[in-house]
Design a protein around this ligand. Structure first.
Ligand code: LLP
Length: 416
């Protein structure tokens, strides 16, 4: 469910025609619907219906300060994977006490930063990390609050690049070694055990992998109890899929219900880390058609956004629907929608059935709110796109388009 819809053949975000945004801000431009973001956050939050929980939005999906600030004001915490995401979260007003920190490669200085800020939990991914964290905490005269990221060896049935909970993946500690890691943590004076954590993958469209993963960690929870180790938090990660095309993912309420049922009343505070399910369908990439080019074997629609703006189609073969901003009369046609980048892998859609378009027309690349701007780059020295947030009939530029000066900021030539 989102707030991008047609009125009299013109595409709107809430009550703002997308053409008005393109006129003022230019293209390419990411547009986010505030009502959709709030609604998606609330779908998770209200699904818990009074049971102890924390929704930690996964920053990597979209680190826009305006989005983090909005979600924080609704009560959201944050799932981070770097010092940079910690900085963004804190500067957007999210309290450290609602921040959990995952990631296999935390550095000593990132640990120090998070320890000083007083985050809720480090989701520790290895014995080696546990020992370094202990050392850093003692150095700062603190105890590091920890949950262990367990790798439950569950197949999330998703794209291999975004599957994380299998033994062969680099993430977490194998479930067979998890008890040993907790027992080791117990001996470390700089470590305070708070929880258990897993994250099995992303764009998961059925519930059984989540339930299997909860089953694996509840067995561990019971083992821990037998060893006198009580954990207060169970962090089940993110990963709930969204509709890009014809997927029919479970609703947040069904997902939360399934997790709660699998937990069978174990007395823990549940943490969820949704990213895509909150922002994915709350954002679009607005782009303009530059040319229609007739190749000898196929037709190309060349637009002013490329793989530097939206990488997902190029690296995952991901499908994003493409809608005209103003519908035209005429026959549909089939084309590749491509960008200006000098790579054949630079496409937004392949062999796509398109509504009629002409040079100068605006297109909306749908479901681009998650892993869109956050994975964008300056490849081919293209300034990164502007970002706009819409609420009702108002819109605000929440990130200026980068300038050419931004591209060379901080650079220098070798002297002499
Ligand atoms: N928690 C952890 C520890 C994660 O690694 C991730 C995503 C999430 C939460 C949020 O997952 P979500 O709810 O968004 O599925 N760039 C890829 C997705 C990579 C996901 C990485 N981890 C894409 O564009 O599909």
């Amino acid at each position: 469910m989102h707030h991008f819809h047609y009125r009299a053949s013109r595409l709107y975000c809430e009550d703002v025609p997308l053409s008005a945004i393109a006129e003022t801000v230019g293209t390419p431009c990411y547009v986010y619907s505030k009502a959709t973001l709030s609604r998606h956050y609330q779908a998770f939050d209200s699904a818990f219906a009074g049971s102890p929980h924390l929704v930690c939005f996964s920053a990597k999906a979209n680190t826009s300060k305006a989005i983090l600030n909005l979600l924080g004001s609704l009560g959201s915490g944050l799932d981070i994977v770097s010092g940079g995401e910690l900085h963004r979260g804190l500067s957007a007003g999210i309290p450290a006490s609602r921040i959990v920190y995952s990631g296999v490669g935390k550095t000593a200085s990132e640990m120090d930063m998070a320890l000083s800020a007083g985050i809720l939990m480090f989701n520790v991914e290895s014995f080696e990390e546990l020992h370094l964290l202990n050392e850093r905490a003692l150095r700062l005269g603190k105890r590091a609050p920890v949950s262990l990221r367990v790798n439950p060896d569950v197949d999330p049935l998703t794209h291999p690049y975004i599957s994380t909970g299998l033994k062969k993946n680099k993430f977490g500690v194998d479930k067979e070694r998890a008890l040993a890691a907790y027992l080791a943590a117990l001996e470390l004076p700089g470590i305070e055990i708070r929880g258990i954590d897993f994250h099995i993958g992303s764009q998961i469209t059925n519930l059984s992998p989540f339930v299997d993963a909860v089953d694996a960690v509840t067995a561990l929870l019971r083992d821990l109890k037998r060893h006198g180790i009580e954990v207060r938090f169970l962090d089940v990660g993110g990963g709930l899929g969204i509709t890009y095309g014809d997927e029919t993912p479970p609703l947040p309420a069904d997902y939360v219900e399934a997790v709660k049922n699998a937990l069978a009343n174990l007395p823990v505070t549940l943490i969820v880390e949704p990213g895509r399910a909150i922002v994915g369908n709350a954002g679009i990439l607005l782009t303009r058609v530059l040319y229609r080019k007739e190749g000898s074997s196929k037709e190309f629609v060349i637009v002013d956004s490329g793989m530097n703006d939206l990488l997902r189609p190029s690296i995952y073969g991901a499908f994003h629907a493409i809608w005209p901003v103003s519908a035209r009369e005429g026959a549909p046609f089939t084309a590749d929608v491509v960008g200006p980048i000098c790579e054949s892998g630079d496409f937004l859609a392949k062999d796509r059935q398109m509504q009629p378009v002409a040079p100068g027309d605006l297109l909306a690349v749908m479901s681009a709110g998650a892993y869109g701007f956050s994975m964008s780059s300056n490849y081919n020295s293209r300034p990164r796109a502007a970002e706009v947030m819409v609420s009702g009939d108002r819109f605000v530029i929440v990130r200026e388009r980068e300038s050419y000066e931004d591209l060379t900021r901080g650079e220098t030539v070798f002297p002499g």
